[in-house]
Write a protein that binds this ligand. Structure first.
Ligand SMILES: Nc1ncnc2c1ncn2[C@@H]1O[C@H](COP(=O)(O)OP(=O)(O)OP(=O)(O)O)[C@@H](O)[C@H]1O
Ligand SMILES: [Mg+2]
Length: 255
């Protein structure tokens, strides 16, 4: 399934947050959204997920969700959002129960997503017994259990230390390589975006407009260190981000 945003703008009362966003989220691709704090990244993700509606513009879904999809648009948040009194298995079974799936069918799905996220040995652990990285893997497993058309990820790795972030990026790339999924991945971390994104959308400071969309045409599973073209794009992205962050700071100083 593909998602197309046309002319999406939004104001909260008189407060303009997003301006004329035109964007395609192609099927089977990871689109990263970067931009300065407060530029409207999370708001845009909420619109894509249908949690809120923009004041202007259209967001349409093109094509059908994958077979067996229980929830086409599924979120993964920074804070994992696990129920502390439920085991890993219990947290995943909850979303299946919500869709009326129990018994052997649920067990099959849970076994599959636990294996894919390398959590089979921790099925009976409680969240408090897990590291931050493992908790986020449970959240990813829970998202995969509903076989979503598009995963909406809002700074999913920001609460983790840098080493755990690296490992989880490897895990996400391995998951995508085995079974490509569609994702919108919001981050303020350019290195994450360059590592995971097929394309990177740079938003301006608020009101968020698209400064540029940079396509990184390279396979995700090969670390393209030393690739001159990728390095040039990375430098260009960093220049754009720095411009916006500096301009945002300058505006704050003038308030
Ligand atoms: N429900 C709301 N009502 C009023 N203003 C809001 C609401 N939600 C967000 N905003 C404002 O809209 C702007 C954009 O917020 P948003 O959370 O989308 O930014 P962001 O790019 O995700 O920021 P960050 O990088 O800090 O997560 C902010 O100035 C925020 O205060
Ligand atoms: Mg945000």
């Amino acid at each position: 399934m593909e998602i197309r945003l046309s002319g999406v703008s939004h104001t909260y009362d008189d407060f303009e947050v997003l301006q004329d966003i035109n964007l395609d989220i192609p099927d089977g691709r990871i689109v990263c959204i970067v931009g300065p704090s407060g530029c409207g990244k999370s708001t845009l993700l909420r619109f894509i997920g249908g949690l809120e509606r923009p004041t202007h513009g259209d967001i349409v879904q093109i094509g059908d969700p994958p077979k067996g999809c229980l929830n086409p648009l599924t979120y993964i948040f920074q804070d994992f959002a696990l129920l502390p009194w439920r085991t890993v298995r219990g947290n995943i079974s909850l979303v299946l129960e919500d869709h009326g799936i129990g018994g052997a069918a649920a067990q099959r799905i849970i076994d599959d997503v636990l294996a894919r996220t390398k959590l089979s040995d921790f099925a009976h652990a409680l969240p408090k017994q897990l590291s931050g990285g493992m908790k986020q893997r449970v959240a990813i497993a829970r998202a995969l259990a509903v076989n979503p058309a598009v995963m909406l990820m809002d700074e999913p790795l920001s609460a983790l230390d840098s080493q755990t972030r690296e490992l989880l990026m490897d895990d996400l790339i391995a998951l995508w390589t085995r079974a490509p999924f569609t994702a919108v991945y919001v981050t303020h971390n350019l290195a994450e975006a360059v590592r995971l994104g097929h394309s990177i959308v740079v938003l301006s400071r608020r009101p968020g407009r698209i400064r540029e969309i940079v396509h990184l045409d390279r396979p995700l599973d090969e670390r393209a260190y030393g690739d001159a073209d990728l390095e040039a794009k990375q430098k260009h992205l960093w220049d754009l981000m720095r411009d916006e962050a500096r301009a945002a700071d300058a505006e704050l100083m003038n308030v």
